[in-house]
Design a protein around this ligand. Structure first.
Ligand code: ADP
Ligand code: MG
Length: 781
């Protein structure tokens, strides 16, 4: 069934080619016990390795069941070893970190036998060699004779056709040797057993046939066989190890060296730890920055106001170069101050308002307007209508105070009309940023709300101006406020024309109050800024929609008093002479103009703000200086402070952390390489059992995968723990809470990155391991 024809095998020692086999020709029968007898170094092991397909011959031909192995591919040899060959070595070659039963099962695992059948066959094999009661032990707990029995059980378990024994009793005492030889003889009843030995007594006592071997040649054969020319079907079942088996093998191996594995995982996790910390810090800082940015922008929006200051430094260039000439003369030069020089008027028109309305809502969805138009409001108190107002000013508001509220309007602090949404589908400003304490959010143009601060306090004037009679510190229940109605009278009802042509507010408030054109305005709810909101725009007090202000203007635009005022150069109420500015202001107050006094744009963050500024700059492109619209960007100076620096720092830190990651990858490579060296024998055994190159690679890939997952998880876990002390220190230093936050997505990514990188780092040594010559691997000590 097996025939060797003129097999030669050459080895290289240094540059010299030596011969281990020198044209061996021999044929074996299906069932016989052949002993090959020869001196040490005569080439016996080499011959067995060639028969077993562990070491490929250089010339000659091997024929199995009439089929030449000349065209055998790697996978055919692997399958041949797995299906047809059982090896028994002088030094047992059991895998130390695996249990006895696992060692016996290994060959079947490779040929894909089911777990249940594997276990059954392995138990049978162990019972056959008399080790039934030792099944649950490890190889290291057995004597030499017992280990050799395990090796025999392993060789038999897969039911091979040929059993190859390389000095099976070489390491055993004579009594144990006898037991083992009896066992092998028993096996030889129904198999071809080829045993090599240098013990002539043993050979003659047990074998059916003895072949003398010297210097790689057959010198004498006690019972030569001539293989016929029969051609039998010879099918091989190809082997395959699953990744799970590889994992189990590696996991058991790793378990035997817990300390080292932990240290390795820890050392290689340092890269992961540093990256995780850098990421959690930078995303935490980024959150803080984003929040500060939008808070800043809520307080300092881009403002376009009718009266403005030109902050463009270009316009002061000549002023600056003039500095400090210390002239030696006796004259004083009269000069316009910087402030006065930079005062200018923006000619805001409908064009510009439309342009603002076209701002990309993704950059800023909120646009606030300040309008100077008065609302004529009345409320019935104790049965009689009285004049009231939506204002936080004290009743006897002085000139200075109205200037103050004008200033407030310019900077956007404490606006009373809430911003208009450019895109309603992107949310509702009030509902997104404010919490409803009582009543409902405005549903109608005529609904207004009362805004309170985080202590539920609101401006006393706001309430008193509406006719409440309160002292500082008095409390009013929500119920008394929600549902309060105020009557809005339009100019034609509110003002009456005197026969002189002058206008005065109608003194008969009952008449004004009962006019059919009046509107009813309701305080629909009480709201408070959400804790999480950064858009704290509305000052405590009454807030209404810009739509309401526009509605008032729409109606009052064509009122008699407005038309009269437009045609007159004197104040139509007082008959005073007025200049153009005073007339404009008066007209605005009467609601003559649809154009707001100022526009406030609230971008989401500084980047978006830059884009909006560019957009606004485009409006001025090609316009005369007087026609340009100058905006003030009060948050502008803060831009340089944050933004870019944070990114730069993150990049540098991630780069450093990346270096430690590469270092740990190299380390994993070295560790795997060491492991490969350590497990060389195991590789040999696996190959002898029919493992493919792929399977060997798998075993080591599995090991690095375990290491990678372990070090990634450990790193992420340590980094997570580290965020607590880091946050404590940062809180002490900066008053910022919970800056370092490990994003779960980052954590997961890092574990994956760690696994992938360590697998890459370990894959090259794994490939080297797989390529190892099996015959040489088995010779390794
Ligand atoms: P035996 O098993 O009969 O003691 P071996 O088959 O192990 O002999 O070796 C036969 C000869 O081939 C020895 O001289 C040995 O040094 C040599 N040899 C075996 N394997 C190699 C190898 N991989 N490289 C070089 N020489 C080898
Ligand atoms: Mg040998």
């Amino acid at each position: 069934m097996l025939e060797l024809r003129d097999i030669k095998k050459h080895y290289k020692v240094g540059n010299t080619v030596t011969k281990a086999l020198d044209g061996v020709s021999v044929a074996f029968r299906q069932q016989e016990f052949v002993a090959i007898l020869g001196e040490s170094g005569s080439g016996k092991t080499t011959l067995l390795n060639v028969i077993g397909g562990l070491d490929q011959y250089d010339s000659g031909d091997m024929v199995i069941n009439g089929k030449s192995t000349k065209d055998f591919k790697d996978k055919d040899w692997d399958a041949y070893r797995n299906n047809s060959i059982g090896f028994i070595f002088q030094s047992y070659n059991l895998i130390g970190h695996q249990g006895i039963i696992d060692n016996v099962e290994l060959g079947m695992t490779l040929s894909g036998v089911s777990k249940k059948e594997r276990r059954k066959k392995a138990e049978e094999a162990l019972e056959r060699v008399g080790l039934k009661e030792h099944i649950h032990k490890k190889p290291s707990q057995l004597s030499g004779g017992q280990m050799q029995r395990v090796a025999i059980a392993r060789a038999l378990a897969n039911d091979p056709d040929i059993l190859l024994c390389d000095e099976p009793t070489g390491a055993l005492d004579s009594e144990t040797s006898t037991q083992i030889m009896n066992l092998i003889q028993e096996v030889a009843q129904d198999k071809l057993v080829v045993m090599v030995t240098h013990n002539a007594d043993l050979a003659h006592e047990y074998a059916d046939r003895t072949i003398n071997f010297a210097d790689g040649r057959v010198t004498d054969d006690s019972n030569p066989h001539v293989e016929g020319k029969k051609k039998e079907p010879f099918d091989l079942k190809h082997t395959k190890m699953t990744f799970l088996t590889a994992l189990r093998l590696s996991f058991n191996n790793i378990r035997t060296k817990k300390g080292r594995t932990f240290l390795t995982a820890f050392a290689s996790s340092i890269g992961i730890i540093s990256i995780a910390i850098v990421l959690s810090l930078s995303s935490g800082f980024q959150k803080q920055i984003d929040q500060t940015q939008s808070e800043t922008l809520a307080q300092f929006p881009i403002t376009i106001s009718r009266e403005t200051t030109d902050q463009d430094p270009e316009n002061f260039e000549d002023q600056r170069s003039n500095e400090g000439t210390f002239p030696d003369n006796d004259e004083v030069t009269a000069k316009t101050s910087d402030e006065d020089r930079s005062q200018r008027t923006n000619d805001i028109d409908q064009d510009f308002i439309d342009y603002v309305d076209d701002i990309n809502p993704a950059l800023s969805n909120n646009i606030g307007y300040t309008r100077l138009a008065n609302m004529n409001l009345l409320r019935e108190i104790d049965g009689d209508p009285e004049l009231v107002q939506f204002s936080n000013g004290s009743e006897d508001e002085s000139q200075a105070e109205s200037m103050m509220s004008m200033m407030a309007a310019q900077t956007g602090v404490g606006v009373s009309s809430f911003p208009k949404q450019l895109d309603d589908s992107q949310g509702n400003f009030l509902e997104d940023n404010y919490q409803l304490l009582d009543g409902s959010f405005p549903e109608d143009t005529n609904d207004v709300v009362l805004v309170v601060d985080e202590n539920n306090e609101t401006n006393i004037n706001a309430l008193n101006n509406l006719g409440f009679d309160l002292e500082d510190g008095d409390n009013v229940s929500f119920d008394d406020i929600v549902g309060t109605t105020v009557t809005l009278a339009y100019n034609d009802a509110f003002y009456e024309e005197l026969p002189t042509g002058n206008f005065i507010p109608n003194q008969d408030l009952d008449e004004v109050y009962d006019n059919d054109d009046n509107e009813e305005i309701t305080i629909s709810g009480v709201i408070r800024n959400k804790e999480s909101s950064t858009m704290d725009l509305l000052a405590p007090g009454i807030a209404y929609s810009d739509a309401l202000a526009q509605k008032v203007i729409d109606h009052n635009q064509d009122s008699d008093i407005v038309q009269a005022q437009e045609d007159s150069d004197t104040n139509v109420m007082t008959s005073e002479d007025i200049d153009d500015t005073a007339k404009d202001n008066l007209l605005d107050a009467l609601g003559a103009s649809e154009i707001p006094y100022s526009v406030m744009i609230y971008p989401n963050n500084f980047d978006d703000k830059e884009q909006i500024l560019d957009y606004l700059d485009d409006y001025n492109e090609g316009k005369d200086n007087e026609d340009k619209i100058i905006y003030s960007d009060l948050a502008g100076t803060m831009t340089e402070l944050t933004g870019g620096i944070m990114d730069a720092i993150t990049y540098v830190l991630v780069a450093f952390a990346g270096i430690s990651l590469v270092t740990s990858m190299i380390m994993i490579g070295i560790i795997t390489y060491t492991s490969v060296l350590e497990r060389t024998k195991e590789i040999g055994v696996l190959k002898a059992l029919g493992a493919r190159k792929k399977d060997i690679t798998r075993v080591f890939d599995a090991e690095t995968a375990i290491l990678g997952v372990a070090s990634g998880t450990l790193g992420v876990f340590i980094a997570y723990l580290a965020t607590f002390p880091i946050n404590a220190v940062l809180l002490n230093l900066t008053d910022l809470e919970n800056v370092a936050q490990l994003d779960p997505m980052h954590a997961l990514t890092l574990v994956i990155v760690s696994t992938v990188l360590t697998m890459i780092g370990g894959h090259i040594p794994a490939r080297m391991a797989a390529k190892k010559d099996a015959a040489i691997a088995l010779r390794a000590e």
